[in-house]
Structures are given as structure tokens and as C-alpha cells.
Design a binder for this molecule. Structure first.
Ligand code: GUN
Length: 284
């Protein structure tokens, strides 16, 4: 048992949004209104809720947000045509296609059609490539939000051992790159890793992006580690929990993010930050 800090992602995200609100007000005086358009295909319940959160946060900071809803059974061509229309619309600075898409649509093809200059999710091949080679890019919002959290609470990753569990395009892969760029030593683990705890126990900074409710127990965690929980899972009893068994793990950590109220609000805040950045770039 040691004293640990619960990282208040909700409060830090509010701080980021407050800063953005001031910046958007300044931009509006120059006649620039940042605009974000979200495309939601079908009505996946979790996606509905995420999209609502993104729209609400946009309005709060003064970003114009539009939602385009498309039927579950639209053709890939119809969706691609919509994306191209937004690429050509100068009032749109950010385009976000909410994932997952229905199985009959190739998500990679849709993502590759988004103009890299409006790709506020940071998912297009151009932005992923620029991230990897250390150029300026739109960074994917969840890993970007985690880096911002660590920075704002004064946790340096330089020289430390960061272990990332999960290798998704949205979180795990870009997370590992951002950590390397900040001079961490990075180990990647995933669902096929043999003896996961033998790696995670060596982590100074542990990023859990597994998608399995409360998988990470205290046997996985080195005393004094910083634990970042990216998971959002519905437990059998209906409760929303992370990838980390919070009550058991927290006393072993120096700092830990809760679920909800940790990483989630930061993801949305960074989406807004990317949208404002895009609006500024398009008006130089
Ligand atoms: N689905 C889950 N997370 C994300 C995200 O960050 N962006 C998009 N577009 N879809 C998601």
C-alpha cells in the first residue's frame, strides 16, 4: 500500500476545453469558425453515445458541429461520395467517420479518402506516416490525450519503460510511437503475448488498451507504476469498467486513471484541439 494519485481526466479535459474556448473566440474575431462534421453510419449504441459526447463538447467550445447520419445499408460508394463532398467544403475543417463501420464497408478505404488536412482523428495513411517519421501530424486523439494527461500532471516518460498492451490502429500502435518520440523505452504486448505479467511487471508506465474487463490485477503491476486505463467495458452486471481492476490495483500505483473520468474525456478534448488546429492551418 502506498499513497497514489487518481488522475482526474475530467478536470484536465475541462482545462483543455477552457483554453480552446478562448482560442475559438479569438478565431471568430478574425472571421474563422472552426467546423467539425461527424459521419455516423447505422445506430451502434456505443457509437451513438460517443458521437453525442463529441458534438456536445464541440458546441461547448464554440466549434460548429454537424452530424451526418447514414443508413446501415448504404453502399460504400455513397459514403465515399459524402466524404469527398466534405473534403471540398471549405467550411469543414475536421471530418470524423465514427468507427466501427458495417462489415460490408472497407473502413481502410473510407479513411484513406478523408483529406489528410481534415483528418482530425489522425487515421489516414499520411498522418500515420508523418507521426512515425517524427513530422508534424494530426495525432490520434486517445494516445494524444494520454500524452497530454501525463504532461499536465508532471509525469515525464523520458528514459522510462512504458509497456503498451494492445496493438490497435486507434490506440496501441500510435501510443507506442508517441511514447518513443518522448524518449520512453517501449514494449508492445497484445492478445498473443506469452506470459503477459512478466512484461507488465517491468513497466514504469503501463498503458492498458486490451478491451477485456478488469483483466489487469495487481500481479500485473510493479509497485509505484503509473497505470493508464484505456478500456471501456460493460461488465456482466451492467457496470462500466476499465481493463484494470481498479480497487485492487490502485493502492500499488503512484498514479492511475479511473474509468469513467480518466482517458475518455481527454480523447474528446484532443479531437477539439485537432479541429481548432485544422481551422487555423486552413486560414493562413
Ligand atoms: N471509435 C472508437 N474510437 C474512435 C475514434 O477515436 N474515432 C473514430 N472515428 N471512431 C472511433
Amino acid at each position: 500500500m502506498m499513497s497514489y494519485r487518481i488522475i482526474d481526466g475530467k478536470a484536465i479535459a475541462q482545462q483543455v476545453r477552457d483554453e480552446l474556448k478562448d482560442e475559438v473566440a479569438r478565431l471568430k474575431k478574425q472571421g474563422i469558425v472552426p467546423g467539425l462534421t461527424v459521419i455516423l453510419v447505422g445506430n451502434h449504441p456505443a457509437s451513438e453515445s460517443y458521437v453525442r459526447g463529441k458534438m456536445r463538447a464541440s458546441e461547448e467550445v464554440g466549434i460548429r458541429s454537424d452530424l451526418i447520419r447514414m443508413n446501415e445499408d448504404i453502399s460504400p460508394q455513397e459514403l465515399l461520395a459524402e466524404v469527398r463532398k466534405l473534403n471540398d467544403d471549405p467550411s469543414v475543417h475536421g471530418i470524423l467517420v465514427q468507427l466501427p463501420l458495417p462489415r460490408h464497408i472497407d473502413a481502410n478505404q473510407v479513411i484513406a479518402t478523408i483529406s489528410p488536412e481534415k483528418d482530425v482523428d489522425g487515421f489516414t495513411p499520411v498522418n500515420v506516416g508523418n507521426l512515425v517519421i517524427g513530422q508534424d501530424a494530426f495525432y490520434p486523439c486517445t494516445p494524444y490525450g494520454i500524452m497530454e494527461l501525463l504532461k499536465r500532471i508532471g509525469i515525464s516518460v523520458e528514459g522510462k519503460h512504458a509497456v503498451v498492451i494492445g496493438r490497435s490502429n486507434i490506440v496501441g500502435k500510435p501510443m507506442s510511437i508517441l511514447l518513443q518520440r518522448a524518449n520512453a523505452t517501449v514494449t508492445m504486448c497484445h492478445s498473443r503475448t506469452i506470459d503477459l505479467p512478466s512484461y507488465t511487471k517491468q513497466a514504469d508506465i503501463l498503458i492498458a488498451a486490451v478491451g477485456r474487463a478488469e483483466l489487469i490485477t495487481s500481479e500485473y503491476v510493479k509497485p509505484g507504476a503509473v497505470v493508464i486505463d484505456v478500456g471501456i467495458n460493460r461488465r456482466e452486471d451492467g457496470k462500466l469498467v476499465g481493463d484494470v481492476l481498479f480497487a485492487e490495483v490502485a493502492p500499488h500505483c503512484s498514479a492511475i486513471t479511473p474509468v469513467p473520468g480518466g482517458v475518455g474525456p481527454m480523447t474528446i478534448a484532443m479531437l477539439l484541439k485537432n479541429t481548432v488546429k485544422s481551422a487555423k492551418m486552413h486560414h493562413r
